[in-house]
Design a protein around this ligand. Sequence first.
Ligand SMILES: Cc1ncc(C[n+]2csc(CCOP(=O)(O)OP(=O)(O)O)c2C)c(N)n1
Ligand code: SF4
Ligand SMILES: [Mg+2]
Length: 292
Amino acid sequence: MYQIKTVSEELVAHGVSTCHGCGLELVIRAVLRELGERTIIVIPPGCAALFSGYGPETALKIPGFQGNLENTAAYAAGIRRGLKRQGINDVHVLGFAGDGATVDIGLQALSGAMDRDENIIYVCYDNEAYMNTGIQGSGSTPCNAWTTTTPAGKKGIPKDMMLFAKAHHIDYAATASVGYMDDLAQKIKKAKQVSGMAYLHVCAPCPTGWGYSPCDTVKVAKLAVDTGLWNLYELEYGKVKITKRIMVRKPVEEYLQMQKRFRSLTEEEKNILRISVDLSTKELEQLERMGE
Ligand SMILES: Cc1ncc(C[n+]2csc(CCOP(=O)(O)OP(=O)(O)O)c2C)c(N)n1
Ligand code: SF4
Ligand SMILES: [Mg+2]
């Protein structure tokens, strides 16, 4: 069962200036709880930089480094190599980056680290836009969602980072969500055991950018999974394993209607979404059955 630690045991201080109901805050707390204090974190610019802090001030009780938007994975790999050189092998090196820093601007560094199978854990907290700079659309923004750079709705389908990870043949990749914290904790535990690179892509709802009430973050995250819009699964040595099977999917409307960013969707666009959820879920189940 998912354990909440006391304030003094937490590796993230309280009173951080994220917005109320920030999903990313739940992710960083959960990840560091599992990894423990023998961890070095690399955080690029973005909302997560609120944790690494300004100048001498930080909200983290572990060593950390704030890099650039382009190269979280490269910095993390460099730290791992520096530790190895000093004979230090009991420290986790964590890259912790947003979707913009991962699926767009830092993609090349991520690809390089995956290709070299660097012994790092990379967590992408996906709030589906460049939130920190004013809700600009990213390669992870859902089709037809409003952002300030997609006022009429984002065109095109988001990048599939699990396929990207699979194409690099890394030992372990998984999706996760703040709606299912036990599942997230299990996946961090597995990522800790991997001798090469581990990649986690975590749904981290953002009340400010998505336009829902801050008290509904976990509800929204759960609905993304329960409607089939966010599948929870792993790729262990490339093989699919679904970790949360949804027997009866909830209607996608339940998810859409909670968020202002989807309010201009037409009936036809909702229909296309329903069909694409059906197809992607079936495809995933088929891959699992085939042992791929
Ligand atoms: C190369 C580069 N382009 C743009 C920026 C400006 N910038 C700083 S934070 C940020 C948003 C990052 O978005 P994301 O990684 O999704 O994190 P979030 O803010 O959503 O937490 C941007 C565009 C930058 N620092 N570097
Ligand atoms: S804008 Fe979104 S991701 Fe950023 S701190 Fe606020 S709620 Fe969190
Ligand atoms: Mg983002």
